[in-house]
Design a protein around this ligand. Structure first.
Ligand SMILES: N[C@@H](CCC(=O)N[C@@H](CS)C(=O)NCC(=O)O)C(=O)O
Length: 207
């Protein structure tokens, strides 16, 4: 398998899952600053012109959550549960994609991506709106996690990785994580996992 990645948000969870599962992937670094995700060769794999993309034999997969589920299923791992928990995992994947990450990643965009790619100053009004949105959504997460270690059942799933993608950047992205003790505790537990703390391969060794 070949995984096209970059050291940004969406590929982060895929790299974390691949490392966690020790999936047999060759890593191909995509340099976004040089527009490598918009070249004809890359667009032929992923017409969205975004990272990540996984090539597994004849199968080409884009969308980070599909890739994490594929890697887990390929390893027969409970990260993507095959029983009744699967619907709950899907619920949290959808919630992350539609509700939580749009507001959290707006803050990541304002405070991490803009300075990194020199695309302007953070927009304080947009950031304040995103912080309000984050607080509304994080309250739902807080209440769910108050008496739970993981989002689904009693074990780690792809849903934990998907919901948490912005949280490693909480301080630099001005994400008000500190106001949500159960979410913070859950994320600290995730941070005990090497693959979550250090998900990215060495750029120098990636082809
Ligand atoms: N829905 C896609 C989103 C992928 C995505 O937005 N990737 C970003 C990095 S986090 C990207 O490649 N941005 C480059 C661009 O839009 O030009 C997924 O989950 O894989």
């Amino acid at each position: 398998m070949k995984l096209y990645w970059s050291d940004v948000l969406c590929p982060r969870k895929v790299c974390a899952v691949a490392k966690y599962l020790q999936s047999p992937v060759d890593y191909a670094y995509v340099d976004l600053a040089r527009g490598e995700h918009k070249t004809p060769d890359y667009l032929a794999l992923n017409p969205n012109g975004k990272v990540p993309t996984l090539v597994d034999g004849a199968r080409v997969l884009w969308e980070a959550d599909a890739i994490t589920c594929h890697l887990a299923a390929r390893s027969d791992s409970d990260l993507w549960p095959q029983d009744d928990r699967q619907i709950d995992a899907l619920r949290w994947l959808s919630w992350a994609g539609q509700e939580f990450n749009p507001v959290a990643s707006q803050l990541y965009f304002q405070y991490v991506i803009k300075p990194r790619f020199s695309i302007g100053e953070p927009d304080a009004e947009a950031a304040a709106r995103a912080q309000d949105g984050f607080r509304r959504q994080a309250a739902i997460l807080e209440s769910h996690l108050r008496d739970r270690r993981w989002l689904v059942g009693k074990t780690l799933t792809v849903a934990d990785f998907a919901v948490a993608i912005t949280l490693p950047y909480a301080d630099v992205a001005h994400i008000p994580l500190k106001e949500f003790p159960a979410v913070r505790r859950w994320h600290q537990t995730l941070c005990e996992i090497d693959a979550w703390r250090e998900p990215f391969p060495d750029i120098a060794v990636a082809a």
